[in-house]
Design a protein around this ligand. Structure first.
Ligand code: GLA
Length: 722
């Protein structure tokens, strides 16, 4: 791993074993991007810079008719000085001028990667900090670049410091800018909705701006904060791909802009929609971190890089490589209708199956007997559970099971004691009726008193009950962006809310290191790297239909590791799609993540219980692959009749494949599967087919999968090196 500065050419080379990222300080002091891609030698790259006199361009004063910033590849573009593309930073000074020019002042290689004030970020790597000074408005911008030896990754972020005496206004503070030579790329994004999260979409870029964003103060239900540029010929297994992902849970934007010279600029960070930030004299503003991954091996290699990066440097090391709890969650079993006996019966009913954790979902607190009330009242509902949580927790522990509890700490119901006591704690504008969303409002986490209250009230439950697991939900996105105490700075609201949220996460996750935290937001509607920093796994979707899950989990795996996805077997007909799929298929698909169950196990027949026991045993055999393995996506049900994913151990001695055929057709074509990622020279045994073949034969000749009759049938294969 190297960060190298060539004093002669003033060029920075940020190198991993596989990639180079290069930029230089040009003759005017701007940071001029030179290259991001496959590893190259440390040659002088100035020859590759091209500027020319072009009509209708404006030029920097005193530089003749060639030096227009519109022609430069800039590491940190601003506005007002001849660059008409999207800026990374936009500031407004005390005289209301927005003209700014950020020029190189100094740089240093840091001995340790600094944390970001109040925000999660990745660990490790080597970090370069380059300080730029603005010519006109007394600001300084520090650009941070982190590089990892073994992974083709660059992390970027910025800090804006007000060095002047008067306040500055930040109109935009994005985390990164990447300027590329040509627009011969397509954008791959992950769009979705509740119960249909992270579907893949690929679209050609065009002149103008292609934007994905969120304005909801929540990162990702509709569009994940992720975009990849793919060469048109790039596919799952080959071709150049560059992936961008924001370590942020609030409103964001990522934009890919093609200008009239066919240059491509990608920028992204906190959404500047309804955003402004007052930066007083001496203050500093930090952007969230952005992750950039380079792949010369298609989308699959990009995903494997993200997975390795997040498992090694992002997700809580306390949990990331530990076997995950095998959960029985009572939500779809009982909804709000449960009592102590029912919960103890559920515990009894899974005895001997290997299921090891009961998670008590929504409805145990306040007057919460439906979803219209009670949020905020984090006190046990003694009408429903007369002896509190203790008998259930003790019953679980006595039976060798752990106990988990659901919270939705960020929310408040209008029909709650908390709201009656503190109506001003809910986000709304006095005199304007708030837009309802699941009949609840959001607590104003921009206020310290509210943040402290949430920490205290959740801590009280955790302190007084022997809880092993928390499911942290969030079921409403923001509408009335307003907080009275922020006054004229109300456009700081979304970001301040997210900082408040991180404060709570920090206090609870670090305050209770023995508790395993799972994230959730109406299923997978806030599935982003910042949430993964706190919660080692996230409920992937409220949609547990096995067929839909092949698409949702496939799309999620484009960025996020399998071990980060909670995947449950639920009842049929499925509660979201009303589809019936075989139990075996539901389990096979749920095994491609942190598996669990979500159905009324008290209704299990003996036969069903035996099947569940066998499923858990099968999962345990492949669990290390889910936690540590390399993922190869072999078939995508979003655009074909087949879904197939393969996981290969890092040492290539063990591999697991799951295939689903969606619909059965009579006399249809055969389905031949070509495994990947094996050692060509090694010999492998495919257990289910009793076939012993070389890695090269398996990968090149493949084998035919026989499904028999029926829809949504899965087959699994275990491949072992002999
Ligand atoms: C959300 C979650 C579900 C469940 C319910 C409870 O929809 O995604 O898993 O916890 O809330 O209200």
């Amino acid at each position: 791993m190297a960060i190298y500065f060539d004093k002669q050419t003033k060029t920075f080379y940020l190198e991993s074993k596989q990639s180079t990222y290069a930029f230089r300080v040009n003759e005017f002091g701007f940071l001029n991007h030179l290259y991001f891609g496959k590893k190259i030698a440390r040659d002088d790259l100035c020859y590759s810079v091209h500027v020319q006199d072009r009509g209708q361009e404006n030029f920097l004063p005193g530089c003749g008719r060639t030096h227009s910033l519109n022609q430069y590849y800039n590491e940190c573009p601003t506005i007002g000085r001849s660059d008409y593309r999207e800026s990374m930073i936009a500031l407004c000074d005390a005289r209301y001028s927005r003209v700014s020019e950020l020029k190189y002042a100094s740089h240093k290689v840091l001995s340790a990667k600094p944390e970001i004030d109040g925000m999660p970020s990745l660990r490790g790597g080597k970090t370069l900090a380059v300080t730029l000074k603005d010519e006109y408005n007394n600001s300084e911008v520090i650009l941070y670049y982190t590089v990892y030896d073994e992974l083709p990754v660059i992390l970027r972020r910025a800090e804006i410091v007000n060095k002047g005496k008067q306040a500055l206004k930040i109109d935009r503070a994005y985390s990164f800018c990447l300027d590329l030579d040509d627009n011969n790329w397509e954008a791959l994004t992950l769009h979705g909705a509740w119960a249909r999260e992270r579907f893949i979409e690929r679209t050609p870029l065009h002149h103008g701006i292609f934007t994905i964003d969120s304005k909801r103060c929540s990162s990702s239900g509709q569009l994940n904060p992720f975009m990849a540029l793919c060469r048109p010929n790039a596919d799952e297994n080959s071709g150049e791909v560059i992936g961008f992902n924001l370590v942020y849970s609030g409103s964001y934007a990522i934009k890919a802009q093609v200008n009239q010279f066919e240059y491509l600029r990608v920028v992204g960070g906190i959404n500047d929609y309804d955003f402004e930030w007052e930066l007083k004299s001496g203050e500093k503003f930090s952007t969230p971190e952005a992750v950039m991954v380079y792949s010369d091996g298609g989308i699959g290699k990009m995903s494997r890089t993200f997975h390795d990066l997040y498992r090694t440097y992002l997700i809580n090391p306390r949990y990331v490589d530990k076997p995950r709890p095998i959960v029985i969650n009572n939500w779809e079993a009982t909804y709000f209708n449960f009592d102590t006996k029912k919960l103890c019966d559920i515990i009894d009913s899974v005895k001997g199956t290997g299921i090891d954790t009961l998670v008590l979902d929504d409805g145990w607190f306040g007057e919460r007997n439906n979803d219209k009330c009670g949020l905020g009242d984090w006190f046990i509902n003694y009408n429903k559970l007369p002896d509190g949580l203790t008998p259930i927790i003790e019953h679980a522990h006595k039976n060798g099971m752990k106990f988990g509890l659901w919270f939705e700490p960020e929310m408040i119901s209008e029909n709650s004691d908390l709201y009656r006591a503190h109506p001003d704690w809910a986000i709304q504008v006095p005199g304007i009726k708030p837009c309802p969303g699941r009949d609840q409002l959001i607590l104003d986490l921009t206020r310290d008193d509210v943040v402290n209250y949430v920490i205290k009230v959740v801590s009280d439950i955790l302190d007084n009950n022997d809880i092993d697991y928390v499911k942290w939900d969030m079921n409403r996105t923001m509408t009335e962006n307003y907080s009275e105490h922020l006054g004229k700075n109300n456009k700081e609201m979304h970001h301040r809310y997210i900082l408040g949220l991180y404060k709570i996460c920090e206090a609870l996750v670090n305050g209770y290191p023995h508790i395993f935290f799972e994230g959730c937001a109406s299923g997978g509607c806030r599935f982003d790297p910042a949430m993964l920093y706190y919660f080692p796994q996230i409920w992937t979707s409220d949609d547990t239909d096995a067929y839909m899950r092949t698409m949702i989990q496939y799309g999620t795996s484009i960025v996020y590791p399998l071990s980060a996805m909670s995947c449950h077997v639920s009842d049929c007909p499925n509660h979201q799609t009303h589809r019936t799929t075989p139990l075996a298929s539901r389990a096979d698909v749920a095994h491609l993540g942190a598996t669990g169950y979500e159905l009324d196990t008290t209704k299990f027949s003996d036969d069903f219980r035996v099947q569940v026991k066998e499923q858990v045993e099968a999962y345990k055999k492949m669990e290390n692959l889910v936690l540590f393995g390399d993922l190869y996506r072999l078939g995508c049900s979003q655009n074909s009749n087949y879904f197939a994913e393969q996981i290969v151990s890092k040492d290539k001695t063990l591999s697991h494949i799951t295939v689903m055929r969606a619909l059965a057709y009579p006399n249809f074509t055969i389905y031949r599967l070509y495994p990947k990622g094996l050692d060509e020279k090694a010999t492998y045994h495919v257990e289910e087919l009793d076939l012993t073949l070389s890695g090269s034969t398996l990968m090149n000749v493949g084998f035919i999968v026989h499904f028999g009759g029926g829809d949504f049938i899965t087959r699994t294969f275990t491949i072992k090196k002999v």
